[in-house]
Design a binder for this molecule. Structure first.
Ligand code: SAH
Length: 289
């Protein structure tokens, strides 16, 4: 049997940064990522591990360390044989079943046959947030799936990888304005929008509330955080159509009571509230008198 050899790098890195780092390693030729508690493992055909590639890896890690100085990022290099690593990879699909119908797949993973009837979102994270590994993204997707109606025009405030915007189109929305302040996210969202062939329906816009097109939306989703929601609640609700629906995620359950007071002040009624671990997501509608 023709056994191919691979280089495996095992990089010490906290779990919440692993998606970002794997996104940086993909363009360098790495694949087959295995995520463990404090370790990200990726492999590369042995013949590609040249001194040049090694220096590229080192400089990618150095940049990453500059961005997140608290991270360890030390790594160990081993040689693995193809058969071994294949078996390991199969155990770790890297595919997220976000809801019963929606799965999120990075481009370096093949789609297992059992998902052929699912809605598949093709998402590569690079430096942005939104791979479906996080509770807040999955909670948002579950609520979008339940509350979206065909032909809605959607605002995705804080789009990250574009994952929620892409899901909305797949679920029948007419258009999405996908807004984010972060340059990396904008670049990455645009790539993912193209990857999913929805560039005619999703408009990726850099900026905060002032960058939102002057129009009303039937659905507004924001998987962001308590402070940003509190700060922009008034502006966002102005973009909500009369019968529109607002979905907020990224809320720590402890912060819910004070947000609920704010919702009431803005004449927004709580329609639904869901939780996973310490996270909560809410659905709101305008109160009509
Ligand atoms: N929607 C994705 C990403 C959520 S992370 C998901 O559900 O997984 C939150 C995103 O909001 C980040 O990409 C961050 O850059 C963006 N963000 C933070 N403050 C913002 C603001 N004031 N305006 C627009 N985007 C903002």
């Amino acid at each position: 049997m023709n056994t191919r050899h691979w280089i495996q790098l095992a990089i010490r890195i906290d779990e919440q940064y692993q998606d970002l780092l794997s996104g940086l390693l993909v363009p360098l030729g790495f694949s087959g990522f295995v995520q463990e508690d404090n370790m990200l493992k990726g492999i590369l055909p042995q013949h590609k591990w040249t001194p040049l590639l090694r220096s590229k890896v080192e400089s990618a890690l150095a940049n990453f360390r500059r961005e997140f100085p608290s991270l360890d990022l030390s790594y160990r290099k081993t040689i693995v044989r193809e058969q071994n690593w294949n078996r390991k990879w199969e155990k770790q699909t890297g595919i997220v079943e976000a809801t019963h119908r929606i799965i999120i797949k990075p481009s370096w993973k093949k789609l297992p046959a059992r998902y052929k009837n699912s809605i598949v979102l093709h998402i590569d994270p690079k430096m942005s947030f939104g791979t479906g590994h996080h509770e807040t993204t999955r909670l948002s997707l579950g609520l979008i799936e339940r509350f979206i109606k065909p032909d809605m025009n959607v605002l995705d405030f804080g789009t990250g990888t574009g994952v929620l915007a892409i899901a909305c189109i797949r679920l029948g929305a007419k258009s999405v304005s996908a807004v984010d302040t972060d340059e990396w996210s904008i670049e990455n969202a645009k790539e993912n929008v193209k990857r999913n062939r929805v560039q005619k329906q999703i408009f990726v816009i850099q900026g905060s509330v002032s960058a939102i097109p002057r129009r009303k939306y039937e659905l507004i989703v924001a998987n962001i955080d308590y402070k940003t929601i509190a700060r922009f609640l008034s502006s966002l609700s102005k973009h909500l159509s009369n019968q529109g629906i607002l979905i907020f995620s990224g809320i720590l359950t402890d912060d819910l009571p004070s947000l609920r007071r704010m919702f009431a002040e803005h004449r927004l009624a709580l329609v639904e509230c869901v939780h996973e671990n310490e996270w909560s997501s809410v659905v709101l509608r305008r109160i009509h008198v």
